[in-house]
Design a protein. Structure first.
Lengths: 304, 434
C-alpha cells in the first residue's frame, strides 16, 4: 500500500474537466515529481490532496486511511502562488503558521528558532517581513512550510524566485528532509531539477496521467538507441547496424550514431571497435525535458 | 476552534497594532470636534474682525429710530426724515463713510415696510435685527395707541407657549415618553449601526483582498478551512470595532467630565433676570424636560436589542463584503461589487430617516422586518416601543438571513480566494454559490 494513494480522482468545473480519473501512488520516503504543462491539472490535484478543494469522484488515502480535514496537520504545502503577511514580524509569522498546523506555542517557537538559525536569519526574527529581501522571504516561506515537521511535503514550483545559491541550499534541505523520512511531492516545470532530485514521476496532460514510473524506467522506455562515440577517426555509415546523426551542438567532437532496429549496443560497439580506434562511448538517454516535450506533443497530436 | 481563535487573534492584532488604527481612533473624535468647532470659530472671527458699520436711519415718522440701539457691529445714526429728500444723494455725499441707509417711511404703521439701501452687501444679520426690533416697537406703539390701560401686560399674559407632554401608559404606570428624546436616541443608534457596518465591512473586504494580493491565502487555507478564515476575519474585525468604540466611549466620558467641571453651570441670581435670561430659562425648562424624558426611557431592552441587531446586521453585511472581496484581486476592482451593497445600506438609512416622523407607519414596520434594512430602521423604532411579535419576527428573519448569507458568502469565498486573473463577474459569483 502506497503512503499517498490517489485513486481515480475526477474534478469538473463549469467549463472544463480539471482531473479526469487520475490515479497516482507515492511511496513513503521518495521525492515524487508531478509534472505537466500549464493547465494540465497539477494545481487542482495538489489542492485536492491539501483538502482545499474536494474531488467530485475518487479517493485520496494517506497511510492507508481515507484523508480527513485533520490530516492537513501532516502536510506541509508550499503553493506556487505564495506570500506572507508583509506587516508581521518574521518570528511571529512562522510561529503563526506552525500553530495553525496544530503545534503548541512553545513547540512552534523552539522550532522557529532552530530553523532561523539554520538559514542564518536569526537577527531578522523581530523584523517585519516587508524588510526582507525576496530571497529571504522565500526562505521564511519555506520554514513556514516545514516548521511542523510534516511527514508529507508538497512543493509547487519551489525553486521559482530563488537565485542559484539559495536554490542549491533549498535542494539540500529538501534532500535532508527526504533522508529523515519525509515523503515529498514535487510539482514543477523545471526538468533539470526533476532529474536531480526525483525518483518517481507522473506526467499529467489535459487532466489525465500520460506517463508514470521511476525516472530511470521512464528514461529507458524513451531512449532512442543513440550512442555517442568518441574516436579520432571518421566513422562511415553502416546501414545494417546504424545511421550517423548530425553532431550534438554542445558536444561536437562526439559522433552520434542511431542503432538500426533490432541491433543491440554490444554488437554495434564490437563492430565499431574492430574498424575504428574507439576512445569511449556512452549511451545517450533522453533528458526529462525531451521526454516531457515529446510526450506532451504526441498526446496533443493524437487528440487533434 | 483553536484555529479560529488563532485567526481571530492575528486579524485583531494586525489591525490594532497598526499606527493607522491609533491615528484613526484618536483622530476621529478630534476631527469631529474640528468639524463642529471650526464653523463656530470662523463665524466668531468673522464678527470680531469686521469694522462697526455706520448706518444712517432716516426716520420719516420720527418715532422709531431710537429703538435701534448701536452696538459693536452697527452704529445707527438717526437723521430727521425731512432733512433728506434724496437718499441716494445723501449716501453719495457721505463719501463712503456710510455702509447703509435705513428708511422708515411715514406710513410704516399701516404698511409695515421698511427699506434698507446700500451699495455693498446687506447682511442677513442686519435685516433680521432691524426686523425684530422694529416689529416689537411698532407693535407696542399700536397697542399703546389703542388707549386701553395695561393692554401691554394683558397681551403678555395672554401669550402662551404650549408644552405638549406625551405620557405613555405602560406596565410600569404612567411614563413621560417623549418624542424628542426617543427620536434623538433612535437616530444615534441607527447612525452608529450604519457607520459601523460600512466602516468595518470595508475593512474586512480590504483584509480579504490584501490576503489575495499577498498570495498568502493559499498557504493559510492549506492549514484551515476557508470558512474558518472568513469567520475569523469577521469576528476579528468586529472586535477591533468594539475596541474602537470602547475607546471612544471612555474618551467621551473623560472629555465630558473635564468639560462639565470646567464650565460648571452657575446659579443665576434672581436680580439678574433680564429678558435674555428669561428666554434662557425657558430653554433650560425645555432641556429639563428632555433630560426627564431621556431618563424615563427604559434602556435595558433597548440596549439588549441594539446589541442583537448590531450583531445580526454586522454579520449580514460583513459576510457579504467578505464574499465579494474574495472575488477581486485589487481594491480598485471592488467597486462593481460594493456599489449594490452600499446602495442597500443607503436605502436602509433613508428608510430610517423617513420612519422618524411616524415610527409605527407601514414603511417603518416593513423596513424594520426586512433583514437588509431592519438593523438600521429598527433602531429608530426601538425607543418608541415595538410590539413583541414584530420584534421577534424581525430578529428571527435577520439572523436567518445573516446565517444564510454567511453560508453563501463562504461558498463564494472558497472559490474566490483561489481565483486570479480574469475579473469575476456577478454570473461567476452565482456559479460559485452552487
Amino acid at each position: 500500500m502506497a503512503y499517498l494513494d490517489i485513486n481515480n480522482v475526477v474534478k469538473r468545473y463549469e467549463e472544463h474537466t480539471a482531473l479526469d480519473g487520475v490515479s497516482m501512488q507515492v511511496e513513503q520516503g521518495v521525492i515524487y515529481g508531478l509534472l505537466g504543462p500549464n493547465g494540465a491539472g497539477k494545481s487542482t490535484l495538489i489542492r485536492i490532496i491539501n483538502r482545499i478543494l474536494a474531488a467530485d469522484k475518487g479517493t485520496v488515502t494517506l497511510n492507508g486511511k481515507q484523508m480527513t480535514d485533520d490530516d492537513i496537520a501532516h502536510i506541509g504545502y508550499l503553493p506556487e502562488e505564495r506570500g506572507l503577511y508583509k506587516k508581521m514580524k518574521v518570528g511571529d509569522h512562522i510561529v503563526y503558521l506552525g500553530r495553525l498546523k496544530g503545534m503548541t506555542k512553545a513547540d512552534a517557537v523552539a522550532s522557529m528558532h532552530w530553523w532561523l538559525d539554520r538559514f542564518d536569519l536569526k537577527e531578522w526574527e523581530n523584523k517585519k517581513v516587508e524588510n526582507l529581501s525576496k530571497g529571504m522571504q522565500q526562505k521564511v516561506q519555506f520554514i513556514g512550510t516545514v516548521i511542523h515537521r510534516p511527514p508529507l511535503l508538497i512543493f509547487d514550483e519551489p525553486f521559482s524566485g530563488f537565485d542559484p545559491v539559495n536554490a542549491e541550499q533549498l535542494k539540500v534541505e529538501i534532500l535532508a528532509l527526504r533522508d529523515q523520512g519525509s515523503t515529498i511531492l514535487f510539482s514543477t516545470h523545471n526538468m533539470a531539477s526533476v532529474e536531480e532530485v526525483c525518483q518517481q514521476i507522473t506526467l499529467l496532460n489535459h487532466a489525465k496521467v500520460v506517463l508514470t514510473g521511476s525516472v530511470d524506467e521512464v528514461k529507458q522506455q524513451h531512449k532512442k538507441n543513440i550512442i555517442a562515440v568518441q574516436t579520432p577517426d571518421k566513422i562511415e555509415a553502416n546501414d545494417a547496424l546504424f545511421k550517423i546523426l548530425p553532431p550534438d551542438p554542445v558536444k561536437k567532437q562526439d559522433t552520434r550514431i542511431k542503432l538500426a532496429q533490432g541491433v543491440n549496443v554490444r554488437d554495434a560497439i564490437n563492430w565499431l571497435n574492430e574498424h575504428y580506434r574507439l576512445t569511449g562511448f556512452t549511451e545517450v538517454l533522453p533528458s526529462m525535458n525531451e521526454i516531457f516535450i515529446e510526450t506532451v506533443k504526441s498526446k496533443n497530436a493524437t487528440e487533434q | 476552534m483553536n484555529k479560529l481563535r488563532l485567526i481571530i487573534a492575528r486579524e485583531y492584532m494586525s489591525i490594532v497594532g497598526r499606527k493607522s488604527f491609533i491615528f484613526m481612533t484618536l483622530g476621529m473624535p478630534l476631527l469631529f470636534i474640528l468639524i463642529m468647532a471650526v464653523p463656530i470659530g470662523l463665524a466668531y472671527l468673522n464678527d470680531k474682525g469686521s469694522d462697526t458699520q455706520q448706518i444712517a436711519v432716516i426716520d420719516e415718522t420720527g418715532r422709531y429710530a431710537a429703538a435701534l440701539h448701536s452696538d459693536d457691529m452697527y452704529n445707527f445714526v438717526a437723521i430727521k426724515g425731512d432733512t433728506v429728500t434724496n437718499a441716494r444723494e445723501f449716501y453719495d455725499k457721505a463719501n463712503g463713510s456710510l455702509d447703509a441707509i435705513i428708511i422708515i417711511p411715514r406710513n410704516v404703521d399701516s404698511t409695515g415696510v421698511v427699506n434698507i439701501f446700500s451699495e455693498g452687501t446687506i447682511t442677513p444679520a442686519l435685516v433680521s435685527s432691524v426686523r425684530n426690533v422694529l416689529a416689537d416697537t411698532i407693535q407696542s406703539a399700536h397697542l399703546a395707541a389703542m388707549g386701553i390701560p395695561n393692554l401691554q401686560e394683558m397681551v403678555d399674559k395672554a401669550h402662551v407657549d404650549v408644552d405638549v407632554r406625551s405620557i405613555k401608559w405602560s406596565e410600569e404606570g404612567e411614563q413621560e415618553s417623549s418624542t424628542d428624546a426617543a427620536m434623538g436616541l433612535g437616530l444615534m443608534l441607527s447612525i452608529i449601526t450604519y457607520m459601523f457596518v460600512l466602516m468595518y465591512g470595508a475593512m474586512i473586504m480590504n483584509s480579504v483582498i490584501e490576503e489575495k494580493t499577498n498570495r498568502i491565502v493559499e498557504v493559510v487555507v492549506s492549514s484551515c478551512r476557508p470558512f474558518q478564515l472568513m469567520l475569523g476575519k469577521i469576528i476579528g474585525v468586529g472586535l477591533v470595532g468594539l475596541t474602537q468604540m470602547a475607546i471612544w466611549i471612555v474618551l467621551l466620558a473623560i472629555v465630558g467630565t473635564v468639560a462639565g467641571s470646567a464650565f460648571g453651570i452657575g446659579n443665576v441670581s434672581p436680580d439678574a433676570i433680564s429678558p435674555e435670561a428669561l428666554a434662557q430659562a425657558k430653554d433650560m425648562g425645555a432641556m429639563e424636560s428632555i433630560v426627564r424624558q431621556t431618563l424615563s426611557i427604559n434602556y435595558l431592552p433597548i440596549v439588549l436589542n441594539f446589541i442583537i441587531y448590531f450583531i445580526g446586521g454586522y454579520l449580514l453585511y460583513s459576510s457579504l463584503f467578505a464574499g465579494l472581496g474574495s472575488a477581486v484581486d485589487q481594491p480598485s476592482d471592488s467597486s462593481q461589487f460594493t456599489t449594490p451593497v452600499i446602495l442597500i445600506m443607503l436605502i436602509a438609512f433613508y428608510a430610517g430617516m423617513a420612519c422618524m416622523e411616524n415610527p409605527s407607519g407601514p414603511t417603518a414596520v416593513w423596513c424594520s422586518i426586512i433583514p437588509f434594512t431592519s438593523p438600521v430602521v429598527m433602531m429608530i423604532r426601538l425607543p418608541f416601543g415595538v410590539p413583541t411579535w414584530q420584534l421577534l419576527l424581525s430578529i428571527a428573519l435577520l439572523f436567518g438571513t445573516a446565517l444564510f448569507i454567511t453560508w453563501l458568502a463562504a461558498r463564494i469565498y472558497r472559490r474566490g480566494i483561489l481565483h486570479y486573473g480574469k475579473k469575476a463577474s456577478f454570473s461567476d459569483l452565482f456559479k460559485w454559490m452552487k
